[in-house]
Design a protein around this ligand. Structure first.
Ligand SMILES: [Fe+2]
Length: 154
């Protein structure tokens, strides 16, 4: 993936920004931040942090949202961040957590955003994924996003 990313950047002469994907089903035990860091360093590319996706992954694995290893993640490569709502459904042997763009953002995802944003010192865009969201919820979401941006002092 790193070689392909680097090749595309070289050919297009444009920066590539890799995003952490959603995790409706877990496979393997490699943490996404470890994978993203390796790709970004090798390809010398930017990163997009979908905060909801990261929250979902850690939730599905029963891990805390913040791990000591995260301190080594190249947060300065994150130039874009995404926020959306989530849904949780408990099955007998599995908790399915998915992002839902039309739903309000849940408090744990806001807390995760407030925790991680100060580390993203090169952030250029905070995207509120909101397809299908009602106008009242959208206004609340945008106001809260604005508060998150105001709270960081890069
Ligand atoms: Fe996203």
């Amino acid at each position: 993936m790193a070689d392909r990313t680097k090749r595309i950047q070289d050919i297009a002469q444009l920066p590539i920004v890799g995003e952490n994907p959603p995790y409706p089903v877990l496979a393997g035990d490699l943490d996404i931040l470890t994978l993203m860091a390796g790709i970004a360093e090798r390809a010398d590319c930017g990163l997009c942090m979908d905060i909801g996706h990261l929250y979902i992954l850690r939730q599905q694995r029963g891990e805390p949202i913040e791990r000591p290893e995260d301190a080594d993640f190249p947060w300065e490569r994150v130039v874009e961040a995404h926020i959306s709502g989530i849904t949780c459904r408990d099955f007998t042997a599995y908790q399915l957590v998915q992002d839902q763009h039309r739903w309000p953002v849940d408090d744990p995802v806001w807390r995760t955003t407030e925790l991680l944003m100060p580390r993203m010192t090169q952030l250029q865009a905070l995207i509120g994924e909101s397809e299908g969201m009602g106008i009242d919820d959208l206004v609340v979401k945008l106001e809260r996003m604005d508060e998150c941006l105001e709270a960081v002092s890069w």
